[in-house]
Design a protein around this ligand. Structure first.
Ligand code: TRP
Length: 453
């Protein structure tokens, strides 16, 4: 069976470009917006410890699995799963994994675009200087009245989605690669500046650090463990085929395990550094670490408002958040776009508009969750937004990741996997052990314990 050696969609021009693209996918709202607030809601240290364990034992082996399956198949996740299953004499039903991934992509993008839209708006809100000298009450009210205004929330979401569609439509080389090549280095540079700012001005740097790193395990519940695991999948972009799609464009010969480890390290560093920007500022201003999704949108404007040049730096911060979000959202569209191009022979432009348009429309439900649908509870106490966030992070991604690990570890032709990974037999066995047993069992145990504990 002959699987193409290059992808019809184009290729990354080097291993470094793949790392930037995959790190661009991984580093996003999950790191800067979501990680600090879920860590805050779940008590800090112990949560972070579980999260780090999940990155190491589940995240890295599954990321390697996604890349290797993707590179072996060289197509959209759905067709890659069909092709690699066939080459491995496995049941074609494994393509279901590709379908589930596309579904998860829409689910995630639906709320992702809304939050990213908030970030764009905050570039201007900060830049206008309206937070200069503001107090906590002002920052809180500014945020609630902003998200309460359906027109502006939908408007900014629409702008963000249009940008995502535009970049995706331009293709792998001219669109995705060009974007990550410039935005990722800029992002790292500015993050470092902000950490230094928080360290030198807040006077609470150690308090912030000890909140993140004092591992007091009593505070941990099984729900917290599930959320930490879900966060590990979300932040690494795992479990839905985004990294598989990107892996399809990775040149032969580039080391997959080394690459996966690098991406995980970069992503973890950005999450921890974001925490080290946000928590010192939270404590310096006497704010609650557990204030939920608004943490970044209330705390940071407030803190910047107190500093010299805060309007400028604050708006730069939100430019960065927007960049981080864009390099992630393009990867959420890629699996479905690639599939439409392969299956329907659609042009990339049409495919991007169609897929992005569906994600935008679904996202309206999340946009409304903060205003006209704020009292509408889809399940239990959860709004539409909450349900999208919860099901994707805590169900679809871990389940998808578990199945990807099982496929790579047990089902995929051993010779094929071995050739793709191209490592010493000892390292291969270690990866295989993690993919066969540790990663799937860990997901299973956490699922069972959250249901029964
Ligand atoms: N990892 C991104 C973040 O942390 C979000 C993301 C992009 C993602 N692509 C994904 C999450 C695919 C899950 C699957 O913001």
């Amino acid at each position: 069976m002959a699987i193409a050696s290059e992808s019809q969609h184009g290729m990354w021009s080097s291993r470094l470009m793949f790392i930037l693209a995959a790190a661009g996918s991984a580093v996003g709202l999950g790191n800067i917006w979501r990680f600090p607030y879920v860590a805050g809601e779940n008590g800090g240290g112990a949560f972070v410890l579980v999260y780090l364990g999940c990155i190491l034992l589940i995240g890295i082996p599954i990321m390697a699995s996604e890349i290797l399956i993707g590179r072996a198949g060289r197509q959209s996740p759905i067709n890659t799963m069909i092709e690699v299953s066939a080459a491995s004499n496995a049941n074609p039903a494994w393509q279901g994994l590709g379908w589930m991934g596309a579904l998860a992509g829409f689910t995630i993008l639906s709320f992702y675009g809304v939050i990213a839209g908030w970030a764009i708006s905050y570039i201007f809100q900060m830049g206008s200087g309206s937070f200069t000298g503001a107090d906590a009450a002002f920052a809180g009210n500014a945020f609630s009245s902003f998200i309460g205004d359906v027109g502006s929330v939908v408007g900014w979401q629409t702008l963000f989605m249009a940008g995502t569609i535009y970049i995706a439509a331009r293709g792998v080389g001219a669109g995705l690669e060009t974007t990550v090549k410039y935005l990722m280095p800029a992002l790292f540079f500015l993050l470092v500046i902000l950490v230094l700012y928080a360290a030198f001005t807040s006077g609470k740097f150690l308090e912030g650090a000890s909140f993140l790193f004092s591992f007091n395990v009593e505070k941990l519940t099984w729900d917290g463990v599930l959320i930490a695991m879900g966060q590990a999948f979300f932040t690494l972009s795992l479990g839905m085929g985004a990294i598989m799609a990107y892996g399809a464009y990775l040149p032969k010969g580039a080391s997959i395990l080394g690459t996966a480890t690098t991406i995980a390290l970069v992503d973890t560093a950005v999450a921890l550094l974001s925490g080290m920007v946000i928590f010192p500022l939270v404590f310096a201003n006497g704010l609650e670490s557990s204030s939920g999704p608004g943490l970044m949108f209330v705390t940071l404007p407030l803190a910047f408002g107190q500093m010299e040049g805060g309007a400028l730096f604050g708006s730069i911060f939100f430019i960065l958040v927007t960049f981080a979000a864009i390099t992630s959202s393009i990867s959420l569209l890629e699996p479905a776009i690639a599939w439409l191009v392969e299956k329907r022979n659609a042009s990339r432009v049409k495919a991007a508009i169609l897929v992005g348009g569906v994600a935008w429309a679904l996202g309206l439900g999340s946009a409304f969750s903060f205003n006209i649908w704020a009292d509408f509870h889809l399940i239990g106490q959860m709004t539409f937004f909450d349900v999208m966030d919860y099901t994707s992070n805590n169900i679809l991604l871990p389940l998808g990741g578990m199945l990807i690990a099982l496929f790579a570890g047990w089902v995929m032709d051993d010779q094929m996997a071995r050739e793709e990974l191209d490592v010493s037999p000892g390292i291969y066995k270690t990866w295989q052990f993690l993919a066969r047993f540790i990663a799937p069992l860990a997901v299973l145990v956490v699922f069972i314990m959250t249901v029964f504990a």
